[in-house]
Ligand binder design. Structure first.
Ligand SMILES: [Ca+2]
Ligand SMILES: [Ca+2]
Ligand SMILES: [Ca+2]
Length: 363
């Protein structure tokens, strides 16, 4: 469940890149505006006298979500006498131009403070973040930096449960989850946050984005974000010919040759969530069949020590590692064979997830 900043160049490290509008001033450092300020680049919301500064950028939201816009704001030293009347309006607009959320910001000090605004995006779509200068139009104004709107890509990932589709972040142990074998109680939810630095040092931890409909049959119903090692269920005649089973698991990393599957950037921190059941199960994420957490020595080495301790507490039989591990819910072909399968399916333009020919019976 990766976290992602919807705002590009919110640090202004790249000047005005990714921002559009009018009279944008993002070419000076803090030290130009605040005595004793640093060399860190900021933007001023009052470029020139007589012109109204507007600074905006448009971003896409994959699903309805509530999040927070945060930024740092200060008054430049020369505007101190206008404290309380100098500032800007910040707005979030939908693609029809309707204001979803707005706030007036009138800073009173020439040192940075963080401001936050709760925002609920009612639907997937394109939205615009807009800053508009207000107050005396004197070329002296408020300065901003570190504009962030962090979203969990997978907050909003819908898991099929006894109550219908529910957001993954709302699930708790004991909840009844729909699996390929019928309803099963969730035993444990794990989360593993990864910092930006950690991701920079370990690019293999970057999340994979599986585009809407990439697997076939319209699945996933909306983009799905998973770790590279997370396995998706595939079902096809090619799999049957290659593995003797129509349904097998393929790691998300193997899907990267698919045109609608891509690796996310490593610029933002990530949190991965794990769903653990008594046995390895096929669960439905954004409608797409996908594996639950499979306990192996490798997967246990990838969770935090606390999570490892919790899992071995819940499943004491695992404490004797090297003993018998739970079998996977479907065959997991060797990596090279998974690759070959994907190459064949793409070459023959076959869906990775063909319709099931067998009536599934819940047990
Ligand atoms: Ca900056
Ligand atoms: Ca102005
Ligand atoms: Ca001004």
């Amino acid at each position: 469940m990766p976290l992602h900043n919807l705002i590009l160049n919110g640090t202004f490290d790249s000047g005005a890149a990714h921002w559009t509008g009018n009279d944008i001033e993002a070419s000076y450092n803090q030290s130009s505006y605040i005595s004793g300020g640093s060399g860190n680049r900021v933007a001023e919301l009052d470029g020139h006298r007589g012109q109204t500064t507007v600074m905006q950028q448009t971003f896409s939201v994959d699903n309805p979500i509530t999040t927070q816009l945060t930024f740092d704001v200060a008054l430049r030293t020369a505007s101190n006498s206008n404290a309380g009347i100098e500032g800007f309006e910040v707005e979030i607009l939908d693609d029809a131009g309707n204001v979803v959320s707005s706030m007036t910001v009138l800073p009173t000090t020439n040192s940075f403070n963080q401001v936050s605004l709760d925002i609920t995006f009612p639907a997937a779509g394109d939205y615009t973040l807009r800053f508009t200068e207000i107050g005396p139009n004197d070329s002296l104004g408020a300065i901003i930096d570190n504009v962030e709107m962090m979203v969990c890509f997978c907050a909003g990932t819908l898991i099929e449960t006894a109550q219908g589709q529910r957001r993954i972040e709302d699930l708790r142990p004991g909840d009844m989850i729909v699996t390929a074998r019928g309803l099963r109680p969730l035993r444990w939810m794990g989360r593993r946050p990864l910092s930006r630095q950690h991701l920079a040092q370990n690019p293999k931890l970057r999340p994979v984005r599986i585009g809407r409909g990439a697997l076939g049959g319209g699945l996933p119903q909306q983009p799905l974000y998973v770790s590279r090692q997370h396995r998706m269920l595939v079902r096809s005649r090619i799999a049957e010919r290659m593995f003797g089973e129509a349904e097998v698991f393929v790691a998300a990393a193997r899907l990267l040759d698919h045109p609608d599957v891509s690796l996310c950037d490593a610029e933002q921190p990530v949190i991965y969530f794990h769903m653990l059941f008594d046995a390895h199960e096929v669960v439905y994420a954004n409608g797409a069949p996908s594996e639950s957490f499979l306990v192996t020595e490798r997967s246990l080495s990838a969770v935090t020590p606390e999570a490892r301790a919790e899992i071995t507490y819940l499943f004491p039989e695992l404490a004797a590692m090297g003993g018998v591990l739970p079998p996977p819910a479907r065959p997991i072909p060797q990596n090279a064979r998974q690759k070959k399968f994907i190459a064949r399916a793409l070459k023959n333009q076959r869906a990775l997830l063909e319709p099931s020919t067998v009536t599934q019976i819940a047990v």
